[in-house]
Ligand binder design. Sequence first.
Ligand code: FE
Ligand code: FE
Ligand code: MG
Length: 170
Amino acid sequence: MGKKAVEISNLDVSLMIQYLNEALAEEWLAYYQYWVGARLMEGPMRSEIEPELLLHATQELGHAELVVNRIIQLGGTPLLNPEQWKLFAKCDYEEPNDPYVEVILQQNLNGERCAIQRYQGLAALAESKDYATHQMAITILNDELEHEHDIEDWITDLERMKDDMRKMRL
Ligand code: FE
Ligand code: FE
Ligand code: MG
């Protein structure tokens, strides 16, 4: 573990490690939510949406990797047991028990909005104190903003499609 890394981080390192572990738990749950949801999903535009959801899943796993590396750099221990994921995560895991595409998208959207809060908060906490965590949080935040936007666009398109179909029936 990096002694200098801890020394220069200039903040309550144990608290930062705790928040990073919460984020780590959230990323794993987000990964699984996307991954399993994409496979169950039914409804319009499935063939376009499914690969993008799987790509998001992979990106969430990439976030977990960034976060775990930072925890170790700061001398912390990453969560070692998946049973801790639900305990640490502040973002809900929403069980995809309804496979309809709009329901799956809404669940993922809720997760993204929670993730945005998480990294906005982490970036603010680390600002001008812990530049490495600050930069990591902003990198991840930008991905989460993009994820939110992708999902909002699909929801808009699905609504649009439903509107058009309603009009055709009139
Ligand atoms: Fe993420
Ligand atoms: Fe995301
Ligand atoms: Mg995307």
